[in-house]
Design a protein around this ligand. Structure first.
Ligand code: HEM
Length: 387
């Protein structure tokens, strides 16, 4: 059986390698354009733009999940046969929709990439959306609900989320396309896992397969958010404990927060620290002057990039800034100051491939948090409402 699997894998890979030039040729012109467009947009939105090193990435072209990595369809298991008993842990499967909705991942990928090509700054938002869904009540798409049966405030209304999470419109569009293609099959929770993967790939993480089979939660409560999402000024100890509760180690926490190498923060969330005498001793003096000149926060739509050098590329070089006390976010600085966090950053700062590998395994773990499988939860018809 193992030998058969090996032969199948070798055959599959050989075919994929042979097809690669054709696929690349088909994709190249479009990707080149979007790459240039990314570069231009990046210069505009990044007030710190210093050097074009972010464009020198060996990562796959933005936009597409590499077709050779799309898993062979295996189809969902018969519920009741292969699904675990409650409490036995999740059974998520790569290629879960292979039989029930074969084009599911492709539909997600194409739609979300259209959004990214219009606005590349959206990609990080889907990484955050996924994280904030999974940290509260597990990866059950509870963050997408506009209302909950009890009538209480939902997760997206909690102050920790509110205007600091975005990207709901594309999820709605993807869901309606999937409902038209295969009604009642693809969960909103899996859509979030796929869009998270596609956002990471778009920003330079090597393509990886997403195990799926999550079902959607029936409850979403703002009051559950506070104790599960760390604040921008969280002490290291608090973050370590919170992530440990979710089954993630200190190393995984530090590796995952490296996702702040993409995206931005609202000025109003970060600026206070640069004017608070109790906190400024912990900030590089040159960086402090620069930040004070920039964080005027005229209106709250102003965003500041976490990584001034490569806002749209996932890279461990970002740790260099934190190790030099040039963190935009106090929580990131706190992790860099914690001796074990500091050691993790030093290990990965010059090891981009090692970091991406650890990042990928860690984000897969995030995607398994308290998932609903089997007959728990439901497959929502609309992601904003329970059925
Ligand atoms: C553990 C402590 C963490 C804290 C305190 C924290 C806090 C924050 C804050 C305050 C923002 C800015 C929000 C805004 O102003 O719009 C942010 C953005 C972001 N966070 Fe985190 N975060 C943490 C961990 C993580 C992790 C583990 C990941 C990834 C797995 C992550 C991914 C992101 C991304 C991608 C953004 C940019 C979002 C965008 O540009 O729309 N964060 N985070």
């Amino acid at each position: 059986m193992a030998a058969g699997g090996g032969i199948a894998a070798v055959t599959f890979l050989s075919c994929a390698i042979l097809l690669l030039p054709l696929v690349a040729a088909a994709l190249l012109p479009e990707n080149n354009n979007s790459g240039q467009e990314n570069g231009r947009k990046l210069r505009i939105i990044n007030p710190f733009y210093l050097e074009p090193e972010m464009n020198a990435t060996s990562s796959p072209p933005p936009g597409q999940v590499d077709p050779i990595l799309v898993p062979e369809p295996v189809g969902p298991p018969e519920y009741g046969s292969e699904m675990p008993e409650p409490g036995q842990g999740p059974t998520l499967i790569e290629g879960f929709y292979g039989r029930s909705c074969p084009r599911a991942e492709m539909i997600v990928n194409q739609t979300i990439n259209e959004y990214f090509s219009k606005d590349p700054t959206l990609a990080p938002a889907y990484v955050r959306l996924f994280l904030h869904d999974c940290l509260v009540n597990g990866c059950d798409a509870s963050i997408l609900l506009d209302e909950t049966p009890s009538g209480e405030d939902v997760e997206k209304k909690a102050p920790h989320n509110g205007k600091f999470v975005r990207g709901f419109e594309a999820i709605d569009e993807i869901k309606s396309q999937l409902e038209a293609e295969c009604p009642g099959v693809v969960s909103c929770a899996d859509i979030l896992a796929y869009t998270n993967r596609d956002a990471l790939v778009y920003t330079g993480v090597p393509p990886y397969q997403v195990a799926a089979g999550r079902r959607d939660g029936l409850v979403s409560l703002a009051k559950n958010v506070e104790h599960n999402i760390p604040l921008p000024d969280a002490p290291a100890e608090h973050m370590v404990k919170l992530f440990a509760r979710k089954g993630l180690s200190l190393e995984e926490l530090v590796v995952l927060t490296g996702a702040h190498s993409i995206g931005s923060a609202h000025c109003s969330i970060v600026s206070g620290r640069f004017f608070d005498p109790r906190k400024t001793a912990d900030i590089d003096p040159g960086y402090l002057i620069k930040m004070r000149s920039l964080t005027f926060c005229e209106d709250d739509s102003q965003d500041l990039p976490f990584d001034p050098y490569s806002q749209q590329k996932m890279d461990s070089r970002f740790y260099k800034e934190l190790l030099a006390k040039k963190a935009l976010l106090e929580s990131d600085q706190n992790l860099a100051n914690e001796p074990r966090g500091n050691a993790v950053m030093k290990r990965y700062v010059g090891d981009q491939q090692g970091w991406l590998k650890k990042f990928t395994s860690s984000i897969k773990k995030v995607g398994e948090m308290d998932v609903l499988t089997g007959d728990r939860g439901e497959i929502r018809r609309q992601c904003r409402f329970v059925n």
